[in-house]
Design a protein around this ligand. Structure first.
Ligand SMILES: NC(=O)C1=CN([C@@H]2O[C@H](COP(=O)(O)OP(=O)(O)OC[C@H]3O[C@@H](n4cnc5c(N)ncnc54)[C@H](OP(=O)(O)O)[C@@H]3O)[C@@H](O)[C@H]2O)C=CC1
Ligand SMILES: O=C(O)C(=O)Cc1ccc(O)cc1
Length: 721
C-alpha cells in the first residue's frame, strides 16, 4: 500500500504531539485501502440521538413512531435514518438514529419542542416503551472508517468530503489510534455506570466516561448475481454469528449490540447496521480475583462477571472440582482455580470473602503472591483486623481498597448500602473498585475503616445480640413462638420471629466475627445486656415510676427529633408475614412487655446513639429493628400497654427472665472473645429451630423484599399519627 500515499487518519487540524503509544507494529502498512469522512473544521462536537420504540411483536407502534418522526424531519437535524430490529428479549424495535453538527443545533431543535414530547402518551407499565439515547462526543472523540469512498454512513453523512486511503487500520487497536484524543490520553474508563430511577416509569442510565459507541454498516444493494450470492451465503451468516455473539457478549466487553435493518418490516432496505456499546478494552482485560466462594463470594462472582468483568476465583482446595462444575459453564467469564496463590498472581483487583476470624491466616498465606501493583480488599464485616492483616502481609506496592455489602447474600443488593474503604490507594484505584462494584447497584458509602467499625457496631452487632437472645430465650423455655397465642399477634411479633429465624439460618461465624473482633461492638453488646438486666429488675420489683420515667426519657432522646417524620414500617405490611397458622384479630391481641425493644432504646439513650444517623450503613435487619422500635415508641397506646404489661402481667415473665439471662450470656461470650463458645451457643439454638428455617427464610425474604421494594420505588411510608 505504500505507493498509495496514505493520508493520516486523524484530521490535520486535530493532530498534536503524540504521547501515547500506537497499537500497531512499527511501519505498519495496511493490506487494503480504507477511507475516512472529513468533517468540517468548524465542527467541535456532535450530538447523536437514538430514539427507539419497543413493543412485543405484533403490537402496533405506528402512532408512537409517527409522533417521533414529525419532529425528526426538521432542518436543524443534520441527518437521520430509521430502521428496525428484534432485540435480545424478543421485542420488536423501531429505531431512529439522528445526528447534529453541534450542541447548539441540537439545543435549538430541542427548544422548539415541549418537555417530554418523545414519551407523550406512553403509559408506564404499558405494552409500548420508548428510549432516548443521547451522546455528545467532542470532535476529538470521533472517528470514521469506510471500505469504500462513496457510501457515507451514520455521522459520516455530515462530512464535507471523503479522504484518500488512510494509514491506521487493519491491526488490533487501530480504531483507538484513529481517535484524536488517543494521541495524548489512554482512554481508560473513569467513573461508573449508574442507573437512576427518577420515578414515573423513567430509568436513566449514565455510563462511565470513555464508553465506546460504534455504528458499523453493510450495504449490498448494488451487488448482483455472484457478488450477492457471495455476500448472502459467505459473508452475512458469519457476520450475523459474530453479531449474535456480541449481542449478549458482556464477556467480550460489549454492553449490547443491535443489528438494525434500514427501512421498516414492510419495506426493508438492503442495508443493515449494527450499533454497539462496548466497554473499553482495558475493562475487558482486567481480572477480578475472589478468594472465598461461600455465600458472599458467589454473589460477587456472579454479579461482577455478569457485568462483563473476567473473574478468577477459589475456595479451599477441596471445593475446587465442585466449584469448577458449578461456575465454568459455556460462555462463563468465571474461571475457578485451586487456591488463592493462583488467584493472587494474575488478578488486578482481589476481594477476600473469607470468615473474619481467618482473615489474618488467609492473607498471610496468599498475600505475598499478590500481583505487583494490584488492588486488594476484603468483605469481612469488621475492618480493623482485615486492614491489620493487609498491612502485615501484603507487599508494599499493593493498594488496599476494602468493601462491605451491608446485607446478606439472599437480599437484592440494589439500593442497599455498600461501604467502600479506601485505605492505601490512589483515587484512580478507588474509582476502579467503585466501577467494578457498580454492578451491585448498591448505595455506595465511602468511609474510613474506623468509621465503618464504629457505625456497624451499632447497626449490626447490637441488633444481632437482641435477636440472638430472643432465640436463646425461646429455646430455653422450649417454645416455638409462632405456636403460642401471645406471639401470634402480627406486626412487631412477626418481625421478631422472622428475623430471629433468619439470623439462626445463617452461619455462626458471620455474627461471631463482627461482634467479637470489633471492640466497639463488645462494649455496646455489654451495654445492651445491662439495659435488659436493669429494666427487668425494675419490672419484677414493680418500680413503676422509675421504669416509666426511664422509658419515656429514653424514647424522647432517641425519637424526639423524629416525631413528625415518616415511620419506617407499617403494621399492614408486617402483618402479612407470619409463621403462625391462626392469626388473632388486632382487637383481641394481648400486649407484650417488649423488653427487647425497651432495652434497645434504653441502651441507645445511655450510649448517646442516635440510630437514624447510622442509616447510611443500615442493614435490612437494622432497618426492621429500628422500624419496630420506632413503631412502639410513636404509638402512645402501644407503649403504655407495654409498660402496663411489664409491670403487672406475668404472662411474659418467664420469657423476659430467660431473655435477660440470654442477653447477659451473649455479652459474656463476646466479651471473652470466645469463638468456640459462641459457635456452640449458636448451633444449639440453630438446631432447635432448624425444622422451620426454610419456611421462615422464605417469609423473611418476602417481608424484606416488600419493605425495600416500597422504599426503592420512592413510595412514602406511613405518616406518624
Ligand atoms: N453472609 C452474610 O450475610 C455476610 C457476610 N459478610 C462477610 O463476608 C465474609 C464471607 O461471608 P460468607 O460468604 O457469608 O461466609 P461463607 O462461610 O459462606 O464463605 C466463606 C468461604 O471462605 C472459605 N475459605 C476459608 N478459608 C479459605 C482459604 N484459605 N482459601 C479460600 N477460601 C477459604 C470458606 O471455606 P470453609 O467453609 O471450608 O472454611 C467458605 O467457603 C465474612 O467475613 C462475613 O463476615 C459480609 C456481608 C454479609
Ligand atoms: O442484615 C444483617 O444484619 C445480617 O444479618 C446480614 C449481614 C451479616 C453480616 C454483614 O456483615 C452484613 C449483613
Amino acid at each position: 500500500m505504500s505507493d498509495l500515499n496514505l493520508e493520516e487518519a486523524i484530521p490535520g487540524h486535530l493532530i498534536t504531539e503524540r504521547t501515547q503509544p500506537l497499537h500497531g507494529p512499527d511501519n505498519f502498512e495496511p493490506k487494503m485501502a480504507s477511507y475516512t469522512g472529513r468533517l468540517g473544521e468548524d465542527i467541535k462536537g456532535l450530538v447523536v440521538l437514538y430514539l427507539g420504540v419497543q413493543a412485543p411483536i405484533g403490537v402496533d407502534k405506528r402512532a408512537v413512531i409517527k409522533n417521533l418522526r414529525v419532529h425528526i424531519t426538521d432542518p436543524l437535524v443534520g441527518f437521520y435514518d430509521e430502521g428496525f430490529f428484534t432485540d435480545i428479549n424478543g421485542y420488536s424495535n423501531h429505531l431512529i438514529a439522528a445526528y447534529w453538527k453541534s450542541k447548539n443545533d441540537f439545543q435549538s431543535w430541542q427548544n422548539k419542542l415541549p418537555v417530554g414530547w418523545w414519551y407523550a402518551g406512553i403509559t408506564p407499565g404499558g405494552e409500548i416503551g420508548v428510549y432516548w439515547e443521547r451522546y455528545e462526543p467532542s470532535i476529538d472523540d470521533t472517528e470514521i472508517i469506510y471500505s469504500h469512498d462513496d457510501r457515507p454512513e451514520g455521522w459520516g453523512n455530515l462530512a464535507e468530503k471523503v479522504s484518500k486511503p488512510i494509514n491506521k487500520h487493519g491491526y488490533w487497536g487501530s480504531a483507538q489510534d484513529r481517535i484524536p484524543r488517543s494521541q495524548t490520553e489512554d482512554l481508560k474508563p473513569t467513573g461508573s455506570c449508574q442507573i437512576i430511577n427518577p420515578g414515573t416509569g423513567l430509568l436513566q442510565v449514565k455510563p462511565q466516561e470513555n464508553l465506546v459507541i460504534l455504528r458499523s454498516a453493510q450495504d449490498w444493494s448494488d451487488t448482483l448475481d455472484k457478488e450477492r450470492t457471495f455476500y448472502k451465503k459467505g459473508v452475512e451468516p458469519v457476520l450475523m454469528k459474530g453479531m449474535k455473539e456480541i449481542e449478549d457478549g458482556l464477556r467480550l466487553g460489549c454492553y449490547f449490540n443491535r443489528v438494525v435493518t434500514l427501512g421498516d418490516p414492510e419495506n426493508a432496505q438492503q442495508k443493515t447496521y449494527s450499533s454497539g456499546y462496548a466497554l473499553p478494552v482495558s475493562q475487558a482485560g482486567l481480572m477480578i480475583g475472589i478468594i472465598g466462594m461461600g455465600d458472599m463470594g458467589r454473589l460477587y462472582a456472579r454479579k461482577i462477571s455478569a457485568a462483563g468483568w473476567k473473574v478468577i476465583a477459589c475456595d479451599t482446595p477441596e471445593k475446587y472440582a465442585e466449584l469448577k462444575a458449578e461456575f465454568e459453564d459455556a460462555g462463563s467469564l468465571i474461571t475457578i482455580v485451586e487456591n488463592g496463590h493462583l488467584v493472587s498472581r494474575c488478578s488486578d483487583y482481589i476481594i477476600y470473602n473469607v470468615p473474619a476470624e481467618s482473615i489474618d491466616a488467609v492473607v498471610k498465606l496468599y498475600g505475598p503472591s499478590t500481583k505487583m501493583g494490584a488492588i486488594v480488599g476484603g468483605q469481612t464485616s469488621c475492618k480493623a483486623p482485615e486492614i491489620a492483616a493487609f498491612e502485615a502481609h501484603l507487599p508494599k506496592d499493593v493498594e488496599i481498597v476494602s468493601c462491605h455489602s451491608l446485607h446478606g447474600p439472599k437480599v437484592d443488593s440494589r439500593g442497599q448500602p455498600l461501604a467502600i474503604i479506601s485505605h492505601r490507594a490512589s483515587a484512580e484505584s478507588t474509582a476502579l473498585v467503585t466501577r467494578v462494584l457498580a454492578c451491585l447497584q448498591s448505595k455506595i458509602v465511602h468511609l474510613s475503616a474506623i468509621e465503618h467499625d464504629r457505625i456497624t457496631a451499632d447497626t449490626q452487632a447490637v441488633t444481632h445480640a437482641a435477636f440472638l437472645s430472643m432465640g436463646t430465650a425461646w429455646h430455653a423455655n422450649a417454645q416455638f413462638p409462632w405456636e403460642l397465642e401471645r406471639y401470634s399477634t402480627g406486626g412487631v411479633e412477626n418481625v421478631k420471629i422472622n428475623i430471629m429465624m433468619r439470623i439462626y439460618s445463617n452461619k455462626w461465624h458471620v455474627y461471631a466475627g463482627l461482634a467479637i473482633l470489633n471492640p466497639a461492638a463488645r462494649d455496646q453488646i455489654r451495654a445492651y445486656a445491662d439495659s435488659v438486666t436493669e429494666l427487668f429488675k425494675l419490672m419484677i420489683s414493680h418500680q413503676r415510676k422509675e421504669f416509666e420515667e426511664r422509658i419515656i426519657k429514653a424514647g424522647e432522646a432517641v425519637f424526639g427529633s423524629h416525631k413528625g417524620a415518616c415511620l419506617l414500617l407499617r403494621d399492614e405490611i408486617l402483618d402479612q408475614y407470619s409463621l403462625a397458622e391462626a392469626r388473632i384479630p388486632r382487637s383481641e391481641r394481648r400486649p407484650n412487655s417488649h423488653l427487647s425493644l425497651l432495652a434497645m432504646v434504653d441502651c441507645w439513650w445511655k450510649l448517646g446513639i442516635v440510630p437514624y444517623e447510622h442509616m447510611i450503613c443500615e442493614t435490612p435487619l437494622f432497618r426492621l429493628w429500628l422500624g419496630v422500635a420506632e413503631y412502639l415508641y410513636r404509638d402512645r397506646k402501644m407503649l403504655e400497654e407495654a409498660i402496663e404489661t411489664a409491670m403487672e402481667d406475668d404472662a411474659f415473665r418467664m420469657d423476659d427472665l430467660e431473655f435477660t439471662f440470654a442477653a447477659r450470656g451473649w455479652s459474656e461470650v463476646v466479651g471473652y472473645g470466645d469463638f468456640e463458645s459462641y459457635r456452640k451457643r449458636f448451633e444449639k439454638v440453630q438446631t432447635y429451630f432448624a425444622p422451620r428455617v426454610a419456611e421462615a427464610t422464605r417469609l423473611g425474604n418476602e417481608m424484606i423484599a416488600k419493605i425495600f421494594e416500597k422504599t426503592r420505588d420512592g413510595e412514602t411510608p406511613a405518616k406518624a399519627s
